[in-house]
Design a binder for this molecule. Structure first.
Ligand SMILES: [Fe+2]
Ligand SMILES: [Fe+2]
Length: 464
């Protein structure tokens, strides 16, 4: 099968080099042009699926090249990189999408990769010029999913209805599927009305995530894509913390599996109304909580995968426990969230030490939560050497899954608080005997195995 051809026209040779590598790694054939003239020659001689044209080309401007492309080549879709966002100007000249000049190539790639499915989706949707009126909707919160407004991203038209929340069960539909995407309107809500989240129907969101993770998977499994690029892409897809996870030292296939598991757990939780509501109110209480839980799930399942006794059931049990392990913190005064245990008063410490107990109570009796999940939540701060809390359990009295989560939890907290790369956080744990003795040795060994070149790392730490 012939490869689809992409033209990249941009004045920066660095940009062209990095971008063509990424685009090629996705299976496209790439032609580059560093001036408007070269771009036009290429368009005249070849047939392209998509052209990415930067406004600031010289020797024929981007705008001239766009006009030329639309007059010469039928069926070419142009993604225009504009210096300033000027709404419809470029669309009227024939561009399929307009992005900021600063847009990372991953986003551009996402648009032309999404071209087909976007059109497919739109084929069944009535298209309108401009934006429909706002409509107030009363519907159960369980039907909606939020996305941070700054992370909202769409191309020419929105594919889903987009809402803002007025209060529990009350939403305003601000964009209808098929509306021409209006960045201005989104900005208005963000800047003038301080709206932090946009809402989708949950049924639409799974489509969105599915497509996103499909792209991510392709990108992450590609050997040719530089790790920083993967990290940047992942940042858009999941969360800012995952970027740090991906930034160094982990085996990509392990991360891939972990991500898949996380997705599955989320989907499961989403199906259970009361559990989902709990998770969401937890996120409202502490916006970083779900990211934290996500990372804990990712690493925990990666460790479990190293054990011979692992099974689907143990992984599901552990993931569910990871997702809710700190939920008891919701019952603590909010200011304690940002206080380190070392800085707490005796009274505050007592409250903090009780969060596993409160958490286990909160999830008790919910569908999907069995006794093992509850026990793990209860024990996620018990240490192997008996110095943990709340019950000071010791050694084999502690569930292995709970001790794994305990290690990962400490590791993730350390990584995020101290802004460390995963390998650096691992090293810090390994060189501190008082930390290592908190966990079963076999667990620590299996943890090391999920990092690239564990032998090197071991040597390094034994020299210290
Ligand atoms: Fe905790
Ligand atoms: Fe935690």
């Amino acid at each position: 099968m012939a490869q689809l051809k992409i033209l990249l026209a941009h004045p920066s040779s660095e940009w062209l080099e990095a971008s063509s590598e990424l685009v090629r790694s996705q299976g496209y054939e790439v032609v580059t042009a560093d001036s408007g003239k070269h771009a036009q020659i290429a368009i005249a001689q070849d047939k392209f699926f998509t052209a990415v044209i930067s406004e600031d080309l010289t020797n024929h401007s981007g705008s001239q090249v766009l006009t030329f492309a639309k007059s010469k080549s039928t069926g070419i879709s142009v993604i225009f990189l504009a210096e300033e966002f000027e709404g419809d100007k470029w669309i009227k000249l024939g561009a399929q999408s307009v992005l900021s000049k600063e847009a990372p190539i991953e986003e551009i790639l996402r648009i032309f990769e999404g071209g087909k499915s976007v059109n497919d989706l739109l084929a069944g949707t009535e298209r309108r010029e401009g934006v429909s009126d706002e409509v107030e909707v009363s519907e159960s919160d369980a039907a909606f999913t939020s996305i941070k407004i700054g992370e909202f991203y769409s191309s020419k038209a929105v594919l889903f209805d987009v809402f803002i929340q007025l209060g529990s069960g009350k939403y305003i539909k601000i964009l209808h599927a098929g509306d021409t995407f209006s960045q201005e309107r989104i900005d208005k809500y963000k800047n003038e009305k301080n709206v932090e989240y946009l809402w989708f129907k949950t049924s639409d969101r799974s489509k969105y995530i599915k497509y996103q993770s499909h792209l991510t998977e392709k990108l992450v499994s590609s050997q040719k894509v530089p790790i920083e690029m993967k990290a940047r892409f992942l940042k858009n897809v999941t969360s800012k913390y995952v970027e740090e996870v991906m930034s160094e030292g982990l085996k990509p296939q392990i991360i891939e599996q972990g991500k898949e598991i996380c997705e599955q757990v989320y989907q499961l939780v989403e199906k259970d109304k009361t559990l989902y509501k709990l998770l969401r109110s937890y996120q409202d209480f502490d916006p970083s909580a779900v990211d934290h839980a996500y990372l804990v799930t990712l690493f925990t399942t990666s460790i479990i995968k190293q054990f011979e006794w692992q099974s689907q059931t143990t992984i599901e049990t552990a993931s569910m426990a990871c997702m809710f392990h700190d939920i008891g913190k919701m019952k603590m005064p909010p200011k304690l969230l940002n206080t380190r245990p070392g800085d707490m008063s005796a009274e505050e410490l007592e409250l903090y030490h009780n969060h596993p107990v409160l958490g286990a109570e909160m999830i008790d009796g919910k569908n999907l939560i069995n006794n093992s999940v509850k026990q793990i939540v209860l024990q996620h701060h018990e240490y192997y050497d008996g110095t943990g809390f709340p019950f000071k359990k010791k050694g084999s009295k502690i569930l292995t899954l709970a001790n794994i989560i305990c290690l990962v939890d400490d590791f993730v907290h350390m990584m995020i608080m101290k802004k460390l790369k995963p390998t650096e956080a691992l090293k810090l744990i390994l060189i501190d005997q008082s930390l290592v003795s908190r966990y079963n040795t076999v667990i620590v060994e299996n943890f090391i195995k999920i990092f690239v070149e564990p032998e090197k790392l071991k040597k390094l730490t034994s020299n210290q």
